[in-house]
Design a protein around this ligand. Structure first.
Ligand code: SF4
Length: 413
């Protein structure tokens, strides 16, 4: 077993833990944001629906800002107010509602898990973090802890990006915060700190603190309710006035939670010395040619051809303009020719590369991909018979396009 970390990185004094809980919860009661899922979790008598509502909100909030999520959440809960309603929806409907929220597999997995609750668990949500994680596909440790504590009052901690930041600052943890060793310690800490009488509120308070006060770049330490317990704050205050042993690192090089000896405390950064992460891999560059095929529809309005992506991989099952992944460093002429060949399959007749009109380039950043869409357009006369042996495809008006399950990147195109 790894050696226990030095005491300064832990919460071990019961009086301090009590005081921190009290300060944090009092602040939360005064300052918490009004969010629709919070209102529902606090007032809904049906335990299944409470768990479902928190689950939907937590999945939407992964990788997405609260302000964006609110509208999606409200529309989702209006359309599928219960697990049973969601279980009956089609994947196409789920993708349509999710369009624009990003990370599309989240919606798909949520619906698959809802189907499992209905078909295999007699419609009853599991009530503990352990069961939620074990029984629901796609529900990880964080989401399970959030649902169990907020909806069912289980005294279990949660660790998300906001909590990582707050805890690393509270306890001057400067080792790589994405490493398993640090993450394990943070989970231990979250489980020690959580208030057993109000676990859901405590967890939400800790996350809210990270989202609104202990923010990444310019934390509002002056307004922070847990400042008296914050070692990063103490170090910023006293760090330049030695000797103050309890604000120093534990010892050069041998503490698994202190900053590495090669990257010591930088007084110009203050509390934002924490947390620290290993450098991310740069995103992979991809180049895709895409063609907006346009025809005059039967009522005279323009229509556009969209085709469905494969059911797995990036943007699975979403619709897009006919597109072709290009090799890097192709000459423009060659790109055009390859796209023309690709379109021929859709059109069922030769397409002249010269007929493709270059419109421009659109850049879209996915989490790990830097995607450049090279956009062309082509007007089509007469009817085009779509080959049913190819991926599903259809002609849509502009309004229909926007109501379809298309990604933000395609809307940019
Ligand atoms: Fe974060 Fe500052 Fe509060 Fe410490 S005092 S927890 S750094 S906001």
């Amino acid at each position: 077993a790894p050696a226990p970390p030095p005491a300064r990185h832990l919460f071990s004094d019961p009086a301090e833990i009590e005081a921190l809980r009290g300060n944090l919860l009092a602040w939360y009661d005064r300052c918490k944001r009004d969010l629709p899922w919070r209102a529902l979790a606090a007032t809904e008598p049906d335990a299944n629906r409470r768990g479902y509502a928190v689950w939907v909100s937590e999945v939407m909030l992964q990788q997405t800002q609260v302000a964006t999520v609110i509208d999606y959440y409200n529309r989702w809960m209006q359309k599928w107010p219960t697990l049973q309603a969601l279980a009956q929806a089609s994947l196409e409907e789920v993708n349509e509602l999710w369009a624009g929220l990003g990370y599309y597999s989240r919606g798909k997995r949520l619906q698959e898990a809802a189907r499992k609750v209905v078909s295999k668990l007699a419609g009853r949500m599991p009530r503990t973090a352990e069961d939620l994680q074990k029984l629901l596909p796609g529900v990880g440790r964080y989401t399970a802890g959030a649902i169990a504590s907020i909806s069912y009052g289980q005294a279990t901690g949660v660790v998300d990006g906001n909590v990582i930041r707050v805890l690393c600052r509270l306890r001057c943890i400067g080792a790589d915060s994405s490493s398993p060793a640090v993450i394990d310690r943070l989970w231990d800490m979250a489980n020690v700190l959580v208030d057993s009488s109000r676990p859901g509120d405590f967890n939400q308070a800790l996350m809210e603190l990270g989202a609104t006060v202990c923010v990444p770049k310019a934390p509002l330490c002056g307004e922070c309710p847990v400042k008296p317990h914050c070692q990063a704050w103490r170090r910023k205050l006293f760090g330049n006035r030695p000797p103050v042993p309890d604000v120093e690192d534990c010892g050069v090089g041998d503490c698994p939670l202190c900053p590495p000896a090669t990257e010591p405390w930088d007084s110009s950064l203050g509390v934002t010395n924490f947390p620290r992460k290993a450098a991310k891999k740069p995103p992979r560059a991809m180049r895709t040619a895409t063609c907006v095929l346009e025809r005059r529809g039967c009522h005279g309005a323009p229509e556009y051809l969209i085709v469905q992506r494969p059911s797995s991989g990036l943007l699975a099952g979403l619709w897009e303009f006919p597109s072709l992944l290009l090799a890097q460093d192709l000459q423009e002429e060659k790109e055009r020719e390859e796209l023309a060949d690709h379109l021929q399959a859709w059109m069922g007749r030769p397409v002249a590369a010269k007929g493709l009109q270059f419109i421009g380039e659109v850049i879209h950043i996915f989490s790990h991909i830097h995607q450049t869409y090279v956009v062309y357009s082509l007007h089509v006369d007469g009817d085009v018979t779509l080959d049913p042996a190819l991926s599903p495809s259809r002609w849509v008006t502009e309004d229909e396009f926007h109501a379809s399950a298309v990604s933000t990147a395609m809307k940019k195109v």
